[in-house]
Design a protein around this ligand. Structure first.
Ligand SMILES: Cc1ncc(COP(=O)(O)O)c(C=O)c1O
Length: 479
């Protein structure tokens, strides 16, 4: 028996954004009155609704079974009506998805998705920040993962400890004691997703402990500053000179914690001098505060023995943050945080739902380190990077004699200081459009400074590409 239904109710259609069309009370919305067969009347009612704009382009109509039930008719009536409207171009259906309105009263030209201009292809990558991605130890990492899958006990698959799996924490504590001179055990090691994540966690804890002001280096990596503010504290900028962070300037800020790149400051490449290291620890004691040591690429020091972490000088005042982003790959998202023991409860409490990285990845890293593969990989990387750095430095000296390099003793990038007349910003842009990636020191500065310098990373470029990359750089210099 045909049902006579009310016309569309304006109130129901007044808010098309928040109303799901498939949830309409269709029986009250479709007027099936008039003459003709029921499926024709249903098709007409829907067509009118679409033409009047009451059903807009893209809206889903209900599944045929649901609408049939609601209208009290057979499903065949609905499928016939839908088929008619599909044939007329008012509806469009795809297998496995809802049938939708495909027409509007004045179908406006579809706004074309704005095309982002195609990024020029990178031919040579001298941007700082990456290790040698081609040299990722795929086979050994796969062996570590395979071994973990086979050997993990069933409760390793339980809800993970947000501080990290105890096996990796113990492995890291041991590794950091022997390789970085850290003073720690597993109870104060937290596994995190890298330095950035570790800094957010640390600053949340510091904030909860009443530390509202944290200093960062200028120039510095902007993500560290962002990590601090994300966690709550206010940020203060402290200048860096050729001995590293200026502790006297730090003491003039209201900060009671400071983030510092002691082994290899980014981006200047300076190594914190012994006097400054001692001064920093003294400052932390005087203000009853903390040092947060960013140890991001400390593994790569070429001309001297690695300098131990500042953390070992006062484990009660210094947090130590590390990462595999520079040694293996940033795609792994694995790092560590060593906390002063007294802050461990605050760290746990301030990060109650922040999960550590996936447990199987943590166990793979523990296996990778435990079997000596991490040390072997670091030894090989150090050799490769030293050779590559030397090649870069000699090529620069020949091709760009007006430039002067600094920050070369450690890490994965050097600074190339250029005469005042060089426009480094325009140079970076010109190089990028020629397929060469590099960075401008100014991009890491908060306080402007007159000297001009480029950052040249050599982690992710092949040795044989260096001469061509430097030649391209010379051609791209603007000024
Ligand atoms: C100064 C500095 N610290 C730390 C990192 C590593 O951060 P994450 O471990 O979050 O990748 C980087 C990476 O470029 C960096 O430049």
């Amino acid at each position: 028996m045909p049902v006579t239904l009310e016309p569309f109710g304006p109130a129901v259609l007044s808010n098309p954004v928040t109303v799901s069309r498939t949830n309409f009370a269709w029986a009250t919305l479709i007027d099936l009155g008039g003459r003709g067969r029921l499926h024709d009347r249903l098709a007409r009612a829907l067509r009118t609704a679409i033409r009047d704009g009451k059903l807009a382009e893209g809206d889903a109509v209900p599944p045929s079974r649901a609408l049939a039930e609601e209208l009290g008719c057979s499903r065949w009536v609905v499928t016939e009506a839908y088929a008619q409207l599909v044939a007329e171009g008012y509806l469009a259906g795809r297998v496995g998805s809802a049938t939708r309105v495909s027409w509007s009263p004045e179908t406006p030209p579809r706004p074309r998705a704005r095309r982002t201009p195609a990024r020029p292809r990178t031919r040579y990558d001298l941007a700082p920040g990456l290790p040698d991605l081609r040299a990722f130890p795929r086979r050994r990492w796969a062996d570590a993962v395979r071994s973990v899958i086979g050997s993990a006990v069933h409760y390793d698959l339980d809800l993970p400890d947000p501080a990290g799996h105890e096996v990796l924490r113990t492995t890291l504590a041991h590794y950091l004691r022997r390789s970085r001179g850290a003073d720690t055990d597993d109870s104060s090691v937290f596994v995190c997703a890298g330095v950035t994540d570790g800094l957010v966690r640390t600053c949340r804890a510091l904030h909860a402990l009443g530390i509202t002001d944290v200093a960062v280096e200028d120039p510095g990596w902007p993500r560290l500053r962002d990590a601090v503010t994300t966690a709550g504290p206010r940020v203060h900028f402290v200048p860096v000179d050729d001995e590293g962070l200026r502790v006297d300037d730090l003491a003039r800020t209201p900060a009671r914690a400071v983030v510092v790149g002691a082994a290899h400051q980014f981006p200047t490449g300076t190594v914190l001098s012994p006097a400054r290291r001692a001064g920093l620890v003294r400052w932390a004691r005087e203000v009853d505060g903390f040092v947060v040591e960013d140890d991001y690429d400390a593994e790569f020091r070429y001309d001297h023995r690695p300098v131990a972490a500042v953390q070992g000088m006062d484990p009660g005042r210094v947090f130590l943050l590390g990462t595999v982003s520079k040694t293996l790959s940033p795609a792994l998202g694995l790092g560590w945080l060593v906390a002063p023991p007294a802050t461990v409860p605050a760290l746990r409490a301030a990060n109650p739902v922040t999960a550590a990285p996936p447990v199987l990845d943590q166990l793979a890293l523990a296996t990778f380190i435990g079997r000596g593969w991490y040390d072997a990989h670091l030894r090989a990387s150090r050799r490769r990077f030293r050779t590559r750095r030397d090649l870069l430095l000699t090529t620069l000296a020949t091709e760009l004699p007006r430039g002067r390099t600094s920050g070369t003793a450690a890490g994965l990038h050097v600074l190339l200081h250029l005469p005042q007349d060089v426009d480094t910003r325009a140079t970076v842009r010109a190089a990028a459009s020629a397929g060469l990636r590099l960075a401008d020191l100014d991009d890491y500065r908060v306080k402007p400074a007159p000297d001009r310098a480029l950052l040249l990373g050599y982690g992710n470029i092949g040795d044989t590409e260096i001469p061509a990359a430097v030649a391209l750089l010379r051609e791209s210099l603007i000024g």
